[in-house]
Design a protein around this ligand. Structure first.
Ligand code: C2E
Ligand code: MG
Ligand code: MG
Ligand code: MG
Length: 280
């Protein structure tokens, strides 16, 4: 098969393409029923302040357990949600449930852990701020209790509508984070014009930071320039003590990754942060 021939032929003519197409078709129909079948859930991954080594935030990550396909990765199904437009409905479900989890933390005395939620570009429409305000009101949260993560490609679209909505959200007091920085082509000078509180450096730049001099220099430059623009810097996908030591030396503000914790279900997050011992 093509796989055995090595990487030079992958993705083109192989029978695997049928599998890919069939899986996409199955995903499309499955995703259309996933909300009513209650197949979505959220897991939460802590973000840790490098200086104090305390949890300062967490990120809500969507999970889908399909009746037909089993567990599907968001890297595979989120693009399908975006294509079909289902992302708006599902995105609202994510917002509502992530906000409920934030509320549950506050109710247990955990005040200073901001809840980060990933946002697709298709969700950033003129009606979005009102939708969000409604969810915040229903869950009893302030805008500053949450942070919205958007990827570089959102900014690269350079649409006036998107930029306006981002400014409106920031004006409300919602924190905005630039996700996966280093995978696209946006320049830091462009980022400077955007109302972003946080820059998240993509895992691909963090992986070799302890062994590859070049990546370490890039990360140093991002941290220094980000700080000169008063942005907080988060490193994604930190897995080793060596990576952490480097990031600490370079002045990174927060880390997120398996080193501290994998993403965990809501009850485990409460246990972790609110010290609940008898949580089922
Ligand atoms: P992301 O927002 O950049 O999330 C970080 C991803 O890295 C997550 O993958 C997380 O589980 C993974 N990760 C965290 N720490 C480590 C680590 O130390 N090592 C490794 N190898 N991986 C780590 P996940 O949960 O599979 O999500 C993938 C992507 O799917 C997310 O990337 C995000 O772009 C998208 N996504 C997830 N949930 C949502 C959602 O609710 N809405 C939207 N629009 N996109 C979502
Ligand atoms: Mg994210
Ligand atoms: Mg990311
Ligand atoms: Mg990502």
């Amino acid at each position: 098969s093509a796989r055995e021939e090595g990487s030079s032929h992958k993705c083109f003519y192989t029978p695997d393409l049928d599998v890919v197409v069939n899986t996409r078709v199955a995903m499309k129909s499955g995703l259309g029923r996933a909300l009513e079948r209650d197949e979505f859930s959220l897991v939460f991954q802590p973000k840790v302040d490098v200086k104090s080594w305390t949890v300062c935030g967490c990120e809500a990550l969507l999970r889908w357990r399909s009746a037909e396909l089993g567990n599907v990765s968001p890297a595979d199904f989120v693009p399908v949600l975006e294509e079909t437009g289902l992302i708006n409905q599902v995105g609202e479900w994510v917002l509502e449930n992530a906000c409920r989890q934030r509320r549950a933390l506050i109710d247990r005395g955990v005040m200073d852990v901001r809840m980060a939620i990933n946002l697709s570009v298709r969700q950033i429409r003129p009606t979005f701020p009102a939708t969000l305000l409604d969810i915040l009101r229903r869950t009893g949260l302030r805008p500053s209790d949450i942070e919205l993560e958007i990827t570089e490609t959102v900014l690269m679209k350079d649409s006036d509508e998107v930029v306006l909505v981002l400014h409106e959200l920031a004006g409300m007091g919602v924190h905005l984070a630039l996700d996966d920085f280093g995978t696209g082509y946006s320049s830091l000078s462009y980022i400077k014009l955007m109302p972003l509180h946080t820059i998240k450096i993509d895992r691909s730049l963090i992986t070799d930071i302890a062994t590859g001099a070049e990546d370490a220099e890039i990360v140093r430059a991002v941290i220094d320039m980000g700080h000169s623009m008063s942005r907080r810097i988060v490193a994604e996908g930190v897995e080793t003590e060596q990576q952490l030591a480097h990031l600490r030396r370079l002045g990174c503000d927060e880390i997120q990754g398996y080193l501290f914790s994998r993403p965990v279900p809501g009850p485990d997050l409460l246990k972790l942060l609110a010290g609940l011992s008898s949580y089922a």
